[in-house]
Ligand binder design. Structure first.
Ligand code: UD1
Length: 359
């Protein structure tokens, strides 16, 4: 049997892997060995996804976390190298744009192994984002680049990268599959007394916001102001929590909750009036659940959402956030346009099969 080693480490990767690992298991043609780098380690940032989404248990956990970018990447690379030398896979699979992605990619190629990148070609064109560097490095050395959108394909063509294929966005499959069960599996709406209460779902965690106090204050001022009118529910990422506590920033109109699992997240999105976020994944999860999204960043990789007026970029500008909120709060849109493909897990699987030589 052919063997693939999958490198995971952070929350958005668990969601993507849940789809593809299920497809790999169903076909029984490829053995998948999962390596968890340990980048995300709190139970509500990691274990809950493996349990709820039935992701196969990682064979290895490197427990690398809470370090600077260089130390984190270096320690992951040392651990991954040892595993790849022992496992001798036919190919290595990485997802997205985290430090775990880049660490896995670099080691795979240094060992001359074939490398597959799922969610290739995304660009913010902002090289101050650590994720942008991780994307550029990973894409430039991957053997098979599986893109979620036409824009991503075009970005890679512009960079002269070969072996680029448009497969659609794997998160669409995740929302479609797990969305069928979320209402029955999650009690978050009643637990938070949100039944029939209009609320906005917000998340903020990106380094460009958390590490710049001006940005962070402006974003939270906007949320706090909207919160006087409509309830704001904000699952708090550990990075943001740490900074808000250190700076002694308090917000009485925001309902802060611990990070939630996938079923709870889907229910929060479905029951919200709209989403305000700096997350990449949540922008699309909002769209898949027919919700508008206000993007608290200065650019987005998911330009299709903005082009079709499903989302608006407001950066960390309080007034722009308020204006976007007024614009979207009662707006109805037709969300039926297909921007992100169909049956993406199977499409990606077929590409991987070809690469490892299964007919
Ligand atoms: C990482 C990714 C980002 C992705 C995000 C999803 C990189 C460069 N960034 O950012 O692309 O959108 O994950 O959440 O890889 N921490 C905990 N508990 C945890 C996880 C993290 O306390 O379970 C702490 C860490 O110790 C660190 C901080 O939160 O102090 C940030 O974690 P880190 O892994 O550096 O990156 P994220 O901000 O989560």
């Amino acid at each position: 049997m052919k063997k693939i080693v999958t490198i995971l480490g952070a929350r958005p990767q668990f969601v993507k892997a849940a789809v593809l690992s299920r497809v790999i298991l169903e076909h029984q043609e490829i053995e998948e060995v999962i390596v968890h780098t340990g980048q995300h380690y709190d139970p509500n940032m990691s274990a809950v996804f493996f349990e709820e989404m039935e992701i196969p248990k990682p064979k290895y956990n490197l427990n690398v976390n809470g370090l600077s970018h260089a130390k984190m990447t270096a320690e992951m690379m040392v651990g991954i190298e040892e595993i790849l030398l022992y496992e001798k896979p036919d190919t290595v699979l990485v997802y997205g744009d985290t430090n775990s992605t880049m660490a896995g990619a670099l080691v795979a190629k240094k060992l001359d192994l074939k490398l597959v990148h799922v969610e290739a070609g995304l660009r913010s064109f902002n090289r101050q984002m650590p994720e942008e560097i991780n994307r550029i490095v990973t894409d430039s050395i991957s053997d098979l680049l599986l893109c979620p959108t036409d824009t991503a394909v075009q970005n890679l063509k512009n960079e002269g990268v070969q072996n680029v294929i448009q497969c659609g966005d794997i998160m669409k499959d995740a929302v479609a599959f797990y969305g069928k069960f979320s209402a029955e599996k999650s009690t978050v709406i009643s637990d938070l007394n949100l039944t029939d209460i209009p609320f906005v779902l917000a998340t903020i965690h990106r380094q460009e916001n958390t590490d710049h106090l001006d940005n962070l204050s402006a974003i939270f001022n906007g949320l706090e102001t909207i919160g006087k009118d409509v309830k704001i529910v904000l699952p708090l990422h550990p990075r943001t929590k740490k900074i808000l506590q250190q700076r002694r920033l308090f917000h009485k109109n925001i309902l802060f909750i611990d990070p939630v699992g996938y079923f709870d997240m889907l229910e929060l999105i479905k029951n919200s009036i709209l989403v305000i976020t700096d997350s990449g994944g949540l922008q699309k999860e909002a769209f898949f659940n027919k919700k508008h999204c206000i993007i608290a960043r200065t650019e987005t990789e998911w330009v299709e959402l903005v082009q079709h007026d499903f989302a608006r970029i407001v950066g960390s500008d309080t007034k722009e956030m308020m204006d976007a909120f007024e614009y979207f709060r009662n707006k109805t849109s037709d969300f039926s346009i297909n921007l992100f493909g169909e049956n993406v897990g199977e499409t990606i699987y077929c590409q991987i099969k070809d690469l490892v030589g299964i007919n």
